[in-house]
Design a binder for this molecule. Structure first.
Ligand code: IPM
Ligand code: MN
Length: 372
């Protein structure tokens, strides 16, 4: 298969983690005889510094002319602490989502057996957790009308949803549930919000087309609690933009590190793949950023093009790296100095030699393995 991939590394640790997923995708292309072409463009604070805009026109054009987008991370503290900044890095990401119509953000959350002890939650609570969060991504309070009064003492953000926006992601969530455990949980705040009541009505109607899938409802405050008390009860979580943002960060605790969580943002025409973590500016260029979320996002990219075997091989590589403790310090209590790029090298090598399990794994930590 030939794929043109736009690479938007962005800010902070974005470039270093994205580099690892490109490495891994190149190994896949070589092993399976695909042609993947990568073209890079600036976005975020880096783009503001260069062009004054967070999403330069050229970057958007590139995204529109490629088959898929690999995104790194966005954000810089110099904007976070300045409420009156006119341009913000995050605007670039939001504009990208909106302009490309990426209305569904899919965030898988899994408890890896080798990492159960890394989560602050008890192992018996999280063991076996496997959730797919379907977060609506181009509507709601993120994109509603924003107002600030002239005296700057009153502000508002409108949360608006239309039937159409709810229907299209609901269909995706139910279809996904059919390939999983046949359950969708709608997370909302229907006891308070009119927009949530619309979600309930529309989702209930759509669910009639999927009688084999069980639908239940949870208020978001309760859902936040249930995520910690009993995450195994969830299969597909369907929710609006802001609740999905919050719930998915919370859910990342189950995996033991936010550095593991990948995501796909899809629409009718375009698709973008990005880790859910931010730009982690304190870690920039220290080689400690976990590249796995980005690498797993690359696997989701392959899934999107139905390259399932290829995607699975990446996931296997990730599982083996976790099992052997070839991980960055956020997860590693056994070995020192396994860097971002070493994790990438290991998974790349695994893809090149998936059947070769005779390598000298025991020496990995002292750099004497044939792998790293
Ligand atoms: C995410 C991020 C973004 C969001 C930010 C960077 C605008 O937190 O992808 O979850 O809030 O959607
Ligand atoms: Mn978020």
């Amino acid at each position: 298969m030939k794929l043109n991939i736009a690479v938007l590394p962005g800010d902070g640790i974005g470039p270093e983690v994205t580099k690892q997923s490109i490495k891994v995708l190149k190994a896949i292309a070589q092993e399976f005889d695909h042609t993947f072409r990568f073209k890079e463009a600036p976005v975020g604070a880096i783009a503001i510094d260069k062009t004054g805009e967070s999403l330069p026109e050229k970057t958007l054009d590139l995204c529109k002319s490629t088959d898929a987008i690999l995104f790194g991370a966005i954000g810089d503290p110099k904007y976070d602490n300045n409420p009156s900044a006119k341009v913000r890095p995050e605007q670039g990401l939001l504009k990208l989502r909106k302009e490309l119509g990426l209305f569904a953000n899919i965030r898988p959350v899994k408890a890896y057996n080798n990492l159960l002890s890394k989560s602050p939650l008890k192992r018996e609570i999280i063991k076996g957790t496997d959730i797919s969060i379907y977060r609506e991504l181009t509507g709601g309070i993120y994109f509603g009308k924003k107002e600030l009064s002239e005296d700057k003492n009153t502000a508002s953000d409108l949360c608006e949803y239309s039937r159409f926006e709810i229907e299209r992601i609901t269909h995706l969530a139910f279809k996904a549930a059919r390939t999983r455990k046949n359950k969708v949980t709608l997370v909302d705040k229907a006891n308070v919000l009119e927009s949530s009541r619309l979600w309930r009505r529309v989702v209930t109607e759509v669910s009639k087309n999927y009688t084999d899938v069980k639908l239940d409802f949870l208020f978001v405050d309760n859902a936040a609690m249930q995520m910690i008390l009993n995450p195994k009860q969830f299969d597909v979580i369907l929710t609006e933009n802001m609740f999905g943002d919050i719930i998915s960060d919370e859910a990342s605790v189950i995996g033991g590190s936010i550095g593991l969580l990948a995501s796909a943002s899809v629409g009718e025409k375009y698709a973008m793949f990005e880790p859910i973590h931010g730009s982690y500016p304190q870690a920039t260029n220290l080689g400690i950023a976990n590249p796995i979320a980005s690498i797993l996002s690359a696997a989701m990219l392959l899934d999107h093009f139905e390259l399932f075997e290829e995607a699975e091989l990446i996931r296997e590589g990730v599982e083996i790296s976790l099992k052997l403790n070839i991980t960055t310090p956020d997860l590693n209590t056994k070995y020192d100095h396994i860097s971002t790029s070493k994790v990438g090298d290991f998974i790349e090598d695994f893809i090149n030699n998936p059947k070769d399990t005779t390598m000298n794994f025991s020496n990995i930590h002292i750099g004497q393995s044939t792998i790293i």
